[in-house]
Design a protein around this ligand. Structure first.
Ligand code: NAD
Length: 354
């Protein structure tokens, strides 16, 4: 028997870190919606992130590349896509410094392809279809010691990654203004939690603590980020997608600003406890390495708009979230080892010269 669904929602980048949390949540919370996960499975995409829901009747995976507009057209037609949540991206700042072109191709041109195809497919009734673009707080640039990014902070991207994301945000707004596309944009701070690829700070440090390897920290570890539990981000994305006002932007943040060195020290203490090592053992592994080029000093988010308009708040406290994350990596060592392949090791050596 054919099931009929109220919406056919395409989620791009659903095999990545944040995307897999969102896909799982949407599949489980909305059996009346079909969730189609489109992902090119780059080094950062991993279908084992979604093993638990891969057989759900309202879930489908399609391997495709957003740089290829004709395959997007085919998918929109065949799957009768009604809505889109767009997360597929090249997402790592360090990689954008060594290979900026890949970021322009996927983040700028790939997003433009999706905008064009969505417009073509939905032109009869644009307002009843939603294009939700997922972006980052890095588009706003870098803060000094004080201040917060709000939705009206002027864009000032400073890395090839943030410039490519800023560019895609502008294109989404331009398609809204010019053609009447029903869009929402979310700009979020740094996420952490299970299934994050170990090139990013928190899983990298956890992996190295487990293996008693050096813990590389850029500069003096003074850079400040606002950290958000990935499940809290997925909740915010679901809310904005379902209830956010058209043509609006929502900033999402965790209210948990910390210096990188403080995060590393917190993980060292958690690691010593969970691995039953003497207090202070893991922090001896910290090694300061040459700073990232153009490293932004501080990001911090004012998320009062989503809190007041959509009643969203971050639920998981940073201390609890870091412990949960460490415990997850400890009980999923197979997942971690599997994603650490030769290409990653080469890249790691190049970036941290350890
Ligand atoms: N991680 C964070 O802290 C954070 C914070 C704010 C916003 N974001 C944004 O959220 C989104 C997801 O971030 P993430 O950390 O989960 O990233 P990720 O790197 O873990 O996942 C990205 C996914 O996109 C896929 N992908 C890459 N290029 C593609 C292409 N050309 N076609 C199809 N799929 C492709 C990859 O295979 C991967 O599954 C990104 O748009 C990122 O800019 C991330």
């Amino acid at each position: 028997m054919m099931t009929s669904y109220n919406k056919h929602i395409l989620i791009t980048g659903g095999a990545g870190f944040i995307g897999s949390h969102l896909v799982r949540q949407m599949v489980l919370n909305h059996p009346q919606y079909k969730i189609i996960n489109l992902d090119a499975l780059t080094y950062a995409g991993n279908l084992s992130n979604l093993e638990d829901i891969q057989a759900a009747p309202n879930y489908k995976f399609i391997k495709a590349d957003i740089r290829d507009i004709s395959s997007l057209r085919e998918i929109f037609n065949k799957e009768k896509i009604t809505d889109l949540i767009h997360l597929a991206a090249e997402s790592h700042v360090d990689r954008s410094i060594s290979n900026p072109s890949a970021f322009i191709e996927t983040n700028v041109l790939g997003t433009t392809n999706l905008l064009i195809v969505a417009l073509e497919a939905w032109k009869e009734n644009l307002s009843s279809h939603r294009f939700h673009h997922v972006s980052t707080d890095e588009v706003f640039g870098s803060l000094g010691e004080t201040g917060l990014f709000s939705e009206t902070t002027p864009y000032d991207p400073r890395s090839p990654y943030s410039a490519s994301k800023a560019s895609s945000d502008h294109l989404v707004r331009a398609f809204g203004h010019t053609f009447g596309l029903n869009f929402v944009i979310t700009n979020c701070s740094n996420n952490y939690g299970p299934y994050q690829f170990p090139e990013k700070l928190i899983p990298l440090i956890i992996h190295n603590i487990i293996h008693s390897k050096a813990l590389p920290v850029y500069g003096k570890g003074e850079n400040v980020r606002d950290w958000l539990w990935v499940g809290d981000h997925a909740n915010a994305l679901e809310l904005v997608f379902l209830k956010g006002a058209t043509a609006q932007t929502y900033n999402i943040g965790g209210n948990s600003e910390r210096k990188n060195i403080d995060i590393v020290n917190m993980l060292c203490s958690i690691g010593d406890e969970l691995l039953q090592r003497d207090p202070g053992t893991s922090s001896k592994l910290i090694q300061f390495v040459t700073d990232r080029l153009g490293h932004d000093l501080r990001y911090a988010i004012d998320s009062s708009k989503i809190q007041s308009e959509l009643a969203w708040t971050p639920k998981i406290k940073l201390e609890d979230g870091l412990r949960k994350t460490f415990e997850w990596y400890l009980s999923n060592t197979k997942w971690l080892e599997k994603v650490i392949n030769g290409e990653y090791l080469e890249y790691y050596k190049k970036n941290y010269s350890l």
